[in-house]
Structures are given as structure tokens and as C-alpha cells.
Ligand binder design. Structure first.
Ligand SMILES: [Zn+2]
Length: 347
């Protein structure tokens, strides 16, 4: 059985934040030269939060602040289970970039709705979002001091090395070449305002190891580094950055055209979400190979994402390659993907 329909809807809403809609008579203004840059960074509170979420085993006996850490892991685990999915947790994690410490995070959680109705496999559930998040935040605060003095310094040094390496990997004055490559491939290049794309590196994170959430004033990505060897890490960073641009993008893009065409043709809901996402995957992989590491193997291949992207993934990837080789225009690619997904040419 696939994902329940409501769950998929929620996932799409969180991953593909609504771009501002143009009014009926609005004509997109001419593109102007804009700067789109990745801002790879790290923050102790964010690393702490995701490291607590990633803990599955009780901490070792000699771990600093063991009991406090266990309590925080349990409280965050309760929150995560109640909310129901790592993506839906964005409702809470969207407040992480704006807070410098746990106390500020707990204060920000006061803005959460008291009760949120969450869709799940067994119907809608009422989740006491503010109370659960505040409980989790308070246990984090109780452990934070030990963590900052005894655990964070070594992690900070390791993360600083990765931030430096990635910043060098993507370096360019105005727009990072690998990012530009992927943006052009997806038709996401023309934005009307500058975009700075924050990407927070953490050492650990539970599945899927990287996520992009809506945050006040925009979006932010969170990427775990410990399980991403070699050129997989820059591909993952690019992938998440593409989600941010896709969310902020004002005009039609390959992704928005494909979403509209799949919906109009009545494609299965899973395909409506998975196939544009598949193109985002392969565009990030292609850009990594073209601009960063010629021997790069796609994350989708290395980690089996392509195999898990539904029955049409192989054919869609083939159509993508034909498009990139100049054998299919963008419009033809969209039509081809719709035909593959629905078994009939689009009307
Ligand atoms: Zn994604």
C-alpha cells in the first residue's frame, strides 16, 4: 500500500511550500540579474536538536549528563511520534534557525497552535502541539549546558571543517556554478530577487538525513554529514537548496509545469509528488557530476532512491537523459513524463 492520500497532501504542502500566485492579469516582469547563493553554516542548537532526535540507543554509561540527555531524547521522541512524520515536524523545527539557545526555542514554541489536527493512516488526530514541543524544549534546556561545555566543542570543530570544505566546493562570486547548473536544468534560474539559501549542517539526523522546512521569512535546509561520504554530501546540499528555490520561485518552472500537467491528467497522487521530486534528485546529481566531481555516482543510485521512486522511475530518468541530450524539449519532456505516468498522452 502506498502512502495514504492525506499524508501525501501534507507532505507536499510542507516540502513544496506555496509560491506566491500571480493574479490573472499579472505578467511576470522581465528577469533581472540576481544572486542566488548557498549559505552553508552550523549552529549548536540545531546540531543538538537533531543529535537528540537521532539517538536510538540509551547514551553510553560515561556520556556527560546521561540522565538529562535520556530525558530529552524521550521527550523529543514523544513529540515526533505524535506529529507522525519527519516532514510534519517542520511545524516545530521551523523555529530552530531563529533561536540561539534552548530558552529562546521554548519561548518561540509559544507561537505554535495549541492543538493541530494531523492527518494519519488511521484518520485525523488532534495533537497537542504546543505542549509537546514545549515539554521537549524544556528537557533540551536542562541538558544543554552539559552538552555545550562537554560535547559540542569536538562536534563544532568537525562541522567547521565540513562547512569550510563545502564552501570551497561551491565557491563562486555571485552564483555557485553547480547550483546554477541545476537551477538552469529545472528552469528555476530566473528569480526576481536575491536568494540566500541557508543550509545548516549537523553531524547526525534520523531518516531521511536531510530536510527542508518553512521558517519565518522563507525556508531553511538541515543536512546531516556523518552518513554522506565523498561527493554525496554536496549533492544532498544542492538537492535541499533546490527545494528552497522551488518554494520561492515566482514563475513557471519545469517542476511546476510537470506538477500541473500530472494533476490535469489525473496521475496517481504518489506520482504527482514523486516524479517532480525524481527530476529534482537527478538534476542535483547531474550538477554535482558536471561541476564538482566527474566520477560522482547519483545519490538516487547509491542509496536506492531511484528504485523506490515508483514503477515509472526508470522510464522517467530515460526521458530526462533524452531531454538533457537535446532530443526532447522541456515541453516534450513534460508530455513524455505524463504519458509514462498515465499511459496516455496528455490532452
Ligand atoms: Zn527532496
Amino acid at each position: 500500500m502506498g502512502l495514504p492520500e492525506l499524508e501525501v497532501k501534507q507532505t507536499i504542502a510542507l516540502l513544496c511550500l506555496a509560491a506566491p500566485a500571480l493574479g490573472q492579469d499579472d505578467v511576470p516582469s522581465a528577469p533581472i540579474a540576481t544572486t542566488i547563493r548557498l549559505d552553508v553554516r552550523t549552529a549548536p542548537l540545531i546540531d543538538l536538536w537533531f543529535s537528540l532526535r537521532a539517538d536510538e540507543e540509551p547514551p553510553p554509561y560515561d556520556a556527560p549528563g546521561r540522565e538529562l540527555r535520556s530525558a530529552a531524547v524521550r521527550a523529543i521522541d514523544v513529540l515526533e511520534r505524535e506529529v507522525g512524520s519527519p516532514l510534519a515536524l517542520g511545524l516545530v523545527e521551523g523555529y530552530l534557525p531563529g533561536a540561539t539557545d534552548g530558552a529562546e526555542l521554548v519561548a518561540a514554541f509559544a507561537q505554535l497552535p495549541e492543538v493541530r489536527v494531523m492527518a494519519g493512516p488511521r484518520g485525523n488526530r488532534r495533537v497537542e502541539l504546543r505542549r509537546l514541543a514545549t515539554d521537549a524544549g524544556r528537557t533540551l534546556v536542562a541538558y544543554e549546558e552539559v552538552w555545550r561545555s562537554e560535547v559540542w566543542p569536538a562536534r563544532e570543530a568537525e562541522l567547521a571543517r565540513k562547512v569550510e570544505l563545502l564552501t570551497l566546493t561551491f565557491a563562486s562570486e555571485r552564483t555557485h556554478p553547480a547550483l546554477l547548473h541545476a537551477l538552469s536544468a529545472l528552469g528555476l534560474r530566473r528569480t526576481e530577487s536575491d536568494l540566500l539559501l541557508p543550509v545548516y549542517l549537523t553531524l547526525d539526523m534520523p531518516w531521511p538525513g536531510a530536510v527542508t522546512h518553512r521558517v519565518p521569512g522563507g525556508a531553511a535546509s538541515f543536512v546531516a554529514t556523518s552518513d554522506a561520504e565523498g561527493s554525496l554530501l554536496p549533492e544532498i546540499v544542492l538537492h535541499e537548496a533546490l527545494h528552497q528555490v522551488d518554494a520561492a520561485f515566482e514563475g513557471p518552472s519545469l517542476l511546476s509545469s510537470l506538477r500541473e500537467a500530472l494533476a490535469a491528467a489525473g496521475a496517481r497522487r504518489n506520482d504527482q509528488a514523486a516524479l517532480p521530486h525524481l527530476l529534482l534528485f537527478v538534476a542535483a546529481a547531474d550538477a554535482t557530476r558536471a561541476r564538482i566531481a566527474p566520477e560522482h555516482v547519483d545519490y538516487g543510485e547509491a542509496r536506492g532512491v531511484y528504485d523506490r521512486s515508483g514503477p515509472h522511475a526508470a522510464e522517467v530518468l530515460e526521458a530526462w537523459r533524452a531531454h538533457r541530450a537535446g532530443e526532447l524539449t522541456r515541453r516534450q519532456l513534460v508530455a513524455e513524463v505524463v504519458t509514462i505516468a498515465t499511459g496516455a498522452p496528455p490532452r
